[in-house]
Design a protein around this ligand. Structure first.
Ligand code: ASP
Ligand code: MG
Length: 411
């Protein structure tokens, strides 16, 4: 057995959504296997199965135990993995499906958001030596105690990357219903271009600023373990987007100044007015948010007047309810004058590794928005990403303008 000739292929929910599509996955696996590769397939649950299971649980319990939720949701991937195995066997090849437990995907016990601690490879290698294609149920693991966990929504990507790392696979192919990572959301920008190569850091910034192609944790895992990802479509044979270390790039010319534009409408702005402008106040304010597990994204503090300052920050929509409680508590412990919550905002970002060595990218972005009468309310920058907060009803227009300004469209 050629242990180095291992590929991991991951198929998302839409790619296993019907019997026909399951057969398509089986064909791809068999083809790769016949080419002499040892094939591991990871699958998500079929179609909307996970959402349907969540809906079902809500009819029984408003706030179900997280352990029981994981027990429930992990069944979706068990269904799809066994069906893929059956399809492969039906077509005359050898296959076996395995749960996270059977593989030995060990996680911590943070139910519904578990982190992978270790991935066993013995069982998979022994299945290879029996001539099997191995199908692993995505999104799930097992605690040391033996409880089933899940890795967070979209977590099958992480399963795939973790398997590729453990097995030292050549690369990890992530199949979905899109051709790869695009210069912008193709639903908003019809002439967005597929990106051929991205560095891990660019992909991380794109994923965390709103691009939905890959699970953020999967990219982090890939970066930490040097797993090359090929994100591509399960419906055609087109080359997709390769995500790897920049050392894998042939030359620096491949590093675009701006690789893509992303946007996020899932944001809320909170402005706190009249906070005492004294050392330590910001620290106390933000430690209250941190203690409530709220991730604060952008922060702006204005110039203080008469010893009082104002701070604006953005958080994710889903954290708003907890944030409101934190603010109520802060009103009593700090001498804050007022708080404003604004849900009509969105964030637009440009990402590119080449920005580091090209001055003037930020000013070009601001002029592009300004000339088109789009007001920028907050700005944040780091070496390879620049983000602006603006009115939500202008965000798609902003994506379109920036995509044009930085000439990202198809040739
Ligand atoms: N089925 C899970 C979800 O829908 C995991 C995944 O799709 O990767 O979130
Ligand atoms: Mg899914």
């Amino acid at each position: 057995m050629d242990e180095n000739n291992i590929v991991v292929m991951k198929f998302g929910g839409t790619s296993v959504g019907t019997v026909e599509k399951i057969n398509n996955v089986a064909d791809r696996a068999i083809k790769a296997n016949k080419e002499g590769k040892n094939v591991v397939i990871t699958v998500s649950a079929m179609g909307d199965t996970t959402d349907d299971l969540i809906e079902l649980s809500a009819k029984i319990s408003e706030k179900p135990s997280r352990r029981e939720m994981d027990m429930l949701l992990s069944t979706g991937e068990q269904v799809s993995s066994s069906l893929v195995a059956m399809a492969i066997i039906e077509k005359g090849s050898k296959a076996v499906s395995l749960t996270g437990y059977q593989v030995g995907i060990l996680t911590d016990d943070t139910f519904s958001e578990a982190k992978i601690l270790d991935v066993g490879k013995e069982r998979i290698l022994s299945e290879f030596s029996n001539g099997n294609i191995v199908i692993v149920a995505g999104f799930q693991g097992i605690t040391e105690k033996g409880d089933i966990t899940t890795l967070g929504r979209g977590g099958s990507d992480t399963t795939a990357v973790a398997l590729a790392a453990a097995l030292d696979a050549k690369y990890c192919e992530i199949f979905s219903d899109v051709d790869g990572v695009f210069t912008a959301d193709p639903n908003v920008i019809p002439d967005a271009r597929k990106i051929n190569k991205l560095s891990y850091d660019e992909m991380l910034e794109l994923a965390s600023s709103g691009a939905k192609v890959l699970h953020l944790r999967a990219v982090e895992y890939a970066k930490n373990h040097g797993v090359i990802i090929h994100a591509r479509s399960s419906f055609n044979n087109n080359e997709g987007t390769w995500i790897m270390d920049t050392e894998g790039f042939n030359d620096k010319m491949e590093q675009a100044v701006v690789s893509g534009v992303s946007y996020d409408t899932n944001q809320v702005k909170i402005s706190v007015f009249g906070i005492p402008d004294e050392p330590g106040v910001a620290a106390r304010l933000f430690s209250e948010f941190a203690a409530a597990h709220i991730n604060v994204d952008m922060i702006v503090q204005n110039v203080s007047e008469k010893g009082k300052a104002a701070i604006s920050l953005t958080i994710k929509n889903e954290d708003l309810d907890i944030a409101k409680k934190v603010i109520e508590k802060m009103k009593t412990t700090f001498s804050i004058e007022s708080v404003q919550i604004d849900t009509d905002i969105a964030k637009v970002s440009i990402v590119g590794a080449g920005m580091k060595s090209h001055p003037g990218v930020a000013s070009k972005m601001f002029s592009c928005l300004g000339e088109n009468n789009i007001n920028i309310e907050m700005i944040s920058t780091s070496p390879i990403i620049i983000s602006c907060v603006l009115r939500k009803d202008r965000v798609k227009e902003a994506v379109k303008l920036l995509h044009e300004c930085f000439t990202l469209e198809k040739e």
